[in-house]
Design a protein around this ligand. Structure first.
Ligand code: PGA
Length: 239
């Protein structure tokens, strides 16, 4: 694993942009995996600004998002679909037919997950961006997720619900999600994990120095041959 240590959130976001631009320069039709959450917001803002200034072209890329709540309407402000439209997709020139998302509106979630797996097999992800949960989750692969897990319906832990429902009414917050599995994530050619802040330091330390185990799903990234961590000072303070 390669570790890039930077000063703060802003520099972490800059490095993520730099990484992407570098990959795009050799392959303009990259297949990208995108996360949601607070961590990538700065990264998405910078990409939007680059596009506004005519400095990036995303017209040929394909995207796959990691996860979505279930059940949820795309128009729901809590949905990750809404988050991505609002923070990135409406602000850059990604072709809407190239955007792939797990659909939280479907009844047959098993079919939805199988089809997502098949699509990813057909268009393998070149570069997967990731965040990490304070409990060591990646996407909605909560502790207990095995390394062979595929795209599926999962129960969210209380801590994930508590954290993600911050800005919303907690009572009717979704308790389940659809997520790429650990195996699906590890099938990407390259993975870049971003982490910022002191509250992430313990998860980063466990991911790197603890046992490789389903108790910390992020630790399975140590089995991947091309992972780069972009960590700010606080997130890497326990290393
Ligand atoms: P965050 O979430 O970016 O909001 O910290 C990351 C995650 O839970 O995977």
């Amino acid at each position: 694993m390669k570790i890039l240590r930077v000063k703060n959130y802003n520099e972490m976001s800059d490095k993520a942009v730099e990484f992407l631009l570098n990959e795009l320069s050799t392959k303009p039709n990259l297949v990208l995996g995108f996360p949601t959450g607070k961590t990538p917001i700065g990264f998405y803002k910078k990409l939007s600004k680059l596009y506004k200034n005519n400095l990036i072209d995303l017209s040929k890329i394909k995207t796959f998002n990691l996860d979505e709540y279930y059940p949820i309407k795309k128009s729901d402000k809590k949905s990750f679909s809404y988050f991505m439209s609002h923070n990135l997709f409406n602000k850059v020139n990604i072709n809407s037919s190239n955007i792939n998302f797990l659909n939280g509106e479907v009844k047959d979630y098993e079919k939805e997950c199988e089809e997502y797996e098949l699509k990813i097999k057909k268009f393998p992800i070149d570069l997967q961006f990731l965040g990490i949960g304070i409990n060591g989750h990646i996407a909605f692969n909560e502790p207990g997720s095995i390394k062979d897990s595929k795209t599926r319906l999962v129960q969210l832990t209380k801590e994930t619900i508590n954290k993600n429902s911050n800005l919303f009414n907690r009572r009717n917050f979704p308790k389940q999600g659809l997520t790429m599995g650990v195996k699906t994530i590890l099938s990407a050619k390259k993975v870049v994990l971003l982490a910022s802040g002191k509250h992430k330091a313990k998860a980063i330390e466990r991911m790197l120095n603890g046992p490789i185990s389903k108790l910390c799903p992020a630790s399975f990234l140590r089995n991947h041959k091309d992972v780069t961590l972009i960590l700010d000072e606080r997130a890497s303070s326990l290393l």
